[in-house]
Design a protein around this ligand. Sequence first.
Ligand code: DGY
Length: 326
Amino acid sequence: MNHKQIKVTVTRQLPEPVETRMKELFDVNLSNSSTPLTREQLLKNMKDCDVLVPTIGDKIDSNLIKESGKRLKLIANYGVGFDHIDVLNASKKGITVTNTPNVLTEDTADMAMALILIVPRRIKEGVKKLVDDTWDGWAPNALLGHRIYGKRLGILGMGRIGQAIARRAKAFGIQIHYHNRNRLPIKLEENLEASYWESLDQMLSRIDFLSINAPHTPSTFHLINARRLKLMKNSAYIINTARGEIIDENALTRMLRSKELAGAALDVFERGNEINPRLKELDNVFLLPHMSSATLESRIEMGEKVIINIQTFSDGHTPPDIIFNS
Ligand code: DGY
């Protein structure tokens, strides 16, 4: 099929090189806004294109899929997580869904590693002293944090990103523990010097840091709930660069406030950008606006993946990053 005949709608502004390439290749309808489309705009676009390129924040639920008409054949998601798309109903309707795995792995792992360091070493409080001009100079007891070296990191979800974090953490002298649906091949476990825990509960009670790296699915929603948070040591820290819905944010906030947990560094939140205001007040918490994969390189490579998925699909082949085939 001549790619120029394919009508592609992109829901948000993408990096300039990606948009330029899309314009060369497809009949593309680009967005000049960096905020998500309304439901009405999304539906209008879904009725009028062959390929939709959404991003996280564009909630494509079963009703939108049902109402989307007959033309839409591919949802080429710009992003790796696809919990905002009802892939099951898309597949029932004959719509293929793809995503952009691999290209965000190393950037996300870099940020997770930064977050592992930032709260135990009280970096936010140190920066605040300088900004507020309240630093009196070095003192033996000033801003004492906790040592990272030799501590135990529990990785919940040992996929590509979990493994990339394990590689980094190992180089910092951290002991690697993990819980995953499936155990890694022994060779890989040995390379990472990682200990597998079949029981998440048992792992939680023994670790010093918990890094969440699982996808958000019905079975991971609130996987880290109040009961499981209580299993963790009072001295433990939580790092989340995956999806906010995996942690019960209110329970976490309560436990951080009452010092039943030592701290948290979060890049994602249960209710998108509506963050529990009490979390923002805490010194032992460091929050980022979902930016773990935000490098120019990853965003361009995500665009390249979207383009390849559209091209292969239009040529009648299985796209490389297929999630669900129609
Ligand atoms: C994704 O692609 O799912 C990431 O969360 C975006 O940062």
